[in-house]
Design a protein around this ligand. Structure first.
Ligand code: ADP
Ligand code: ADP
Length: 221
């Protein structure tokens, strides 16, 4: 099954061609890196793949759904069910505990408050932070904050995880832990696409998607 299917996708911002007629398929179980120079179109590609942005032309299918046919609220529901996101800046709420940061990520899933907290505990256990449930972000290290963010991204058990420079703000040891976590998640079946400038991360991915001037080329490492 194709988790993600992008066909003939272009994206322009005024006169800037951020993506030019891109075709890209990602199958269930893959772990791919997305690499390329700054400004080449990587974030735009990830935003469109993640249905956070719409293409100027072309089609995007997530888990078989043609997203161009969905309203914004249907898209939010599709994202909540199918896609987890991790960013370079952890995007955690500073006033909330690790547990509440993760549980709040499940607000739009229809789960009860108790189920959300249970799922959040399971996810924080998976990332090795069951001893930090009550800690707020400023009481955690960078690596721990990113692991909370990963827990939030996967707590709803989405089939697809999209990450934009997830180790970009971490020292090499914390980065290696986050990478190891991604590998564990991938081994458990989640499909992962990671924008990265980090060689270790890129090398850990069996497939590399190279973006240059809005054009996309896929390579097997
Ligand atoms: P990358 O992630 O590879 O650094 P981006 O996808 O962020 O590349 O950007 C690709 C091109 O599109 C760049 O020229 C960038 O300046 C432009 N761009 C991206 N987002 C916007 C936007 N919201 N408005 C205008 N231009 C944008
Ligand atoms: P990175 O390459 O580290 O992701 P960017 O600066 O390329 O960082 O992009 C960060 C965010 O800002 C992206 O979501 C992108 O769409 C947006 N962006 C990039 N360039 C522009 C721009 N010229 N105008 C408006 N938004 C932009």
């Amino acid at each position: 099954m194709n988790v993600l299917e992008i066909r003939g996708v272009s994206k322009t911002y005024g006169r800037v061609h951020a993506l030019r007629n891109v075709d890209l398929t990602i199958r269930k179980g893959e772990m791919v890196s997305i690499v390329g120079p700054s400004g080449s179109g990587k974030s735009t590609l990830l935003q469109i793949a993640g249905t956070l942005d719409r293409p100027t032309s072309g089609t995007v299918r997530v888990a078989g759904y043609d997203v161009s046919t969905l309203s914004d609220s249907q898209l939010s529901a599709l994202r909540a069910r199918f896609i987890g996101f991790v960013f370079q800046q952890f995007h955690l709420s500073p006033s909330l505990s690790a547990l509440d940061n993760v549980a709040d990520g499940l607000l739009y899933t229809g789960l009860s408050r108790r189920q959300r907290r249970e799922r959040a505990e399971v996810a924080l256990d998976l990332v090795g932070l069951s001893h930090r449930l009550g800690h707020r972000p400023n009481q955690l290290s960078g690596g721990q904050m990113q692991r909370v963010a990963v827990a939030r991204a996967v707590a709803g058990r989405p089939p697809l995880l999209l990450a934009d420079e997830p180790t970009g703000n971490l020292d090499s040891e914390a980065g290696a832990e986050v990478l190891s976590l991604f590998r564990t998640l991938n081994a458990r079946g989640i499909t992962i696409a990671i924008i990265t400038h980090d060689t270790e991360v890129a090398m850990a991915c069996p497939r590399r998607i190279r973006v240059r001037d809005g054009l996309v080329r896929s390579e097997v490492s």
